[in-house]
Write a protein that binds this ligand. Structure first.
Ligand SMILES: NC(=O)C1=CN([C@@H]2O[C@H](COP(=O)(O)OP(=O)(O)OC[C@H]3O[C@@H](n4cnc5c(N)ncnc54)[C@H](OP(=O)(O)O)[C@@H]3O)[C@@H](O)[C@H]2O)C=CC1
Ligand SMILES: CC[C@](O)(C(C)=O)C(=O)O
Ligand SMILES: [Mg+2]
Ligand SMILES: [Mg+2]
Length: 337
């Protein structure tokens, strides 16, 4: 079935401009949504926990920061942009007691609804506006007059206007400049988790690290290995982004293209595809969600260990040295947060 895609002309910005929005969290997504909502003429306040590291940044940007409970009580659209594993506690303690008839509860990712961690009451709209890109680029694209595509979904339409409200919100953060696709909480959650685990983050990071290891273990200079498997990856992906895999293949040499066509499927072999299917199965049957929630509740021992191992990988040291020589590359991921 063809998806529905909406653009600026389909959205009514005045809907979100007529509401009071609370953004809970001021991290990667939170700062991008809040600043762009404000720049789009929306009445926005930020809800943060006591002692939050993010408070100073939000206040420096001229935003009004309240406690989560105060922000939720004041607002009629509450967008939860705190970490997925913390959302249910924040919701139960600080948001649920302040929900009123006609309020809207918004999410930037469907995890807590898809896995039944948050169960909102029947008298509020429950919708999602999920940018398909990192928050810092969501903001950077907005400032540059462009946008990151967004997904919208409505889980509960108490008002009868939840979709128009979600589309209006998506337009206010620049999403409708690029395209807003209608989906469901289930489809967004499962595809987002699969994408980040198998391809965008897990797959790509492991591919780059393994390529670097193969070259350096074979005696090649780490600097050459770094340029080959990491730095140049962006240039190749930029071509895919602009014109698909076909454009990338048009631009590379025919020697590279022959290697691509014949060796690529050996790297991403049928066994890799089978593993990807297993990963998708663990997302669909809730295994991954249960594991991640339990890992967080246990204080993240495995997460911390693996993150540290990643930081110690030799490619990070080589990369830092080389990026220090290319002033334009190591641009702060945002000028605002
Ligand atoms: N990162 C991304 O680009 C994307 C994220 N998403 C989704 O957006 C949501 C937010 O993710 P992300 O932006 O990465 O989160 P971050 O980790 O970058 O930021 C989380 C923010 O929430 C605050 N916070 C933490 N605990 C609490 C609390 N108890 N009460 C109130 N605020 C709290 C943090 O404050 P402090 O600084 O004090 O820790 C911080 O400001 C998630 O649902 C995620 O899946 C969706 C698309 C892309
Ligand atoms: C790809 C990672 C992501 O899903 C994103 C930036 O969209 C995330 O959860 O951060
Ligand atoms: Mg994503
Ligand atoms: Mg994600």
């Amino acid at each position: 079935m063809a998806v529905e895609i909406f653009y600026d002309d389909d959205a009514d910005l005045s809907i979100i401009q007529g509401r009071k929005v609370a953004v809970i969290g001021y991290g990667s997504q939170g700062h991008a949504h809040s600043l762009s909502l404000r720049d789009s003429g929306v009445d926005v306040r930020i809800g943060l926990q006591e002692g939050s590291k993010s408070r100073a940044k939000a206040e420096e940007q001229g935003l009004r920061v309240l406690s989560v409970a105060e922000a939720a009580a004041e607002a009629d659209v509450i967008m939860i942009l705190a970490p997925d594993t913390k959302q249910r506690f924040i919701y139960e303690e600080h948001i649920a007691p302040h929900l009123k008839d006609g309020d809207a509860l918004f999410f930037g990712h469907g995890f807590n609804i898809r896995y039944d961690l948050i169960k909102p009451p029947a008298n509020v709209d429950v919708a999602m506006v999920a940018p398909k890109g990192p928050g810092h680029l969501v903001r950077r694209q907005f400032v540059d007059g462009k946008g990151v595509p967004c997904l919208i979904a409505v889980e509960q339409d108490a008002s009868g206007n939840a979709q128009a409200l979600a589309l209006s919100y998506a337009a206010a953060i620049g999403g409708a400049r690029a395209g807003v696709i209608k989906t469901t909480f289930t489809e967004e959650t499962e595809t987002d988790l699969f994408g980040e685990q198998a391809v965008l983050c897990g797959g790509a990071s492991a591919l780059v690290q393994t390529g670097f290891e193969v070259l350096t273990e074979a005696g090649y200079a780490p600097e050459i290995a770094y340029f080959e498997v990491l730095h140049e990856l962006k240039l190749i992906v930029d071509l895919m982004y602009e014109g698909g895999i076909a454009r990338q293949r048009y631009s590379i040499s025919d020697t590279a293209e022959y290697g691509d066509l014949t060796r690529g499927p050996r790297v991403i072999s049928p066994a890799v595809k089978e593993e990807m299917k297993k990963i998708l199965g663990e997302i669909q049957d809730g295994t991954f969600a249960r594991e991640w929630v339990a890992e967080d509740e246990a204080g993240r021992p495995n997460f911390t260990k693996l993150e540290e191992q990643g930081n110690q990988h030799p490619i990070e040291k080589t990369g830092k040295k080389l990026r220090d020589l290319m002033s334009w590359v190591d641009r702060p991921i945002t000028e605002t947060a």
